[in-house]
Design a protein around this ligand. Sequence first.
Ligand code: FAD
Length: 368
Amino acid sequence: MLDVVVIGAGQAGLAAAYHLVRLGLEPERDFVVLDANDGPGGAWRHRWPSLTLGAAHGIHDLPGLPIGPPDPTEPASAAVARYYGTYEETFSLPVHRPVTVTAVRPETDDPASPLLVTGTEGTLAAPRTWRTRTIVSATGTWTRPYWPHYPGRELFQGRQLHTHDFWSVDEFRGQHVVVVGGGASAVQFLLPLAQVATTTWATRRPPVFGDRVFDREWGIDVERRVRERTAAGLPTLSVVGATGLPLTPEYQQGIDDGVLVSRGMFTRITEHGVVFPDASAPGGETEVRADAILWATGFRPAVDHLSPLRLREHGGAIATDGVHVPRDGRIFLAGYGAGASTIGATRSGRAAAVAAARAVRGADGRPS
Ligand code: FAD
């Protein structure tokens, strides 16, 4: 029996694995890391080629090995995959891949019973099971793109895609693209799209641009607000949902050019476009024809594998107290809620490792 199974080898899972080693757990004998990807990089492995590390995106150093200065011309997918790969090798982390965990269930009804982690390994047909005292679930959000429902979605004859499937603005050259969503990804799609296509921005609420610098104090305030929601078992809030968008000179230019100006939200989708209410005529509507609808509508925590444990609250989400799940002392969540940034993932990976080691070894570090 293992002490800990870490599920996911992104920023959160790797930080957890590093700290488990430091806390005295033996790789392979005491813990393993199971990761669904074909290679290192977590969700970053799948980001589109024009997303680079630099001004808009960056990753926090994993403990014990800094990433070093980014090359702003190299795709983040390659840079982060290389960094995580080197990290796994440097610290001999026991990452097994590709293993997709499909379910975690208790062996018996006893709340202290071992957990059975079932996963499909590579192309092997038969699923495999790992028996463990605890798990650190660090599965991020990338595999759960969120598509809100609007009537007529199935009618649209053009292309519909989510941030998850975006690759390059070149695919939209000469087209009209409706970008849906009020977050950072929508803004980062709209500006380059406007160079090669025409765009309409659709958001449920007017986008809030602020000139406040994202400093430590504000960061703490945002984390507190997100944490309050997750503690209550409510669906997690995105960072932009809690902070608004930064009013950079580039974004100001986009507003001045009319690109970063929302038309509000459409009410339905037609064969050829989307329909907005027309404020100038009561009950009136205006159809905006489009070649593509890009849903930049975010992601949800990838926690389906935890369903057999029945951890969800009435609010629809798993309630957490930091990395702890009050409903089940064997489960620790890293990179969840307030931990869903690279710095949050690093910190919560450490906290989850400490909590899991304590759960299996006791506060004094001895096996319990
Ligand atoms: P991930 O990197 O998603 O890692 C989760 C791992 O778990 C993956 O390897 C996945 O394969 C694996 N996994 C998932 N399900 C299973 C399963 N069932 N079984 C086995 N393995 C599984 N944050 C920032 O702080 N700065 C940024 O600049 C930034 N840019 C972003 C850009 C985009 C487009 C998006 C979508 C998010 C961005 N974020 C950014 C948020 C970012 O995702 C997090 O910061 C962080 O990288 C998440 O780390 P993680 O370890 O929690 O998750």
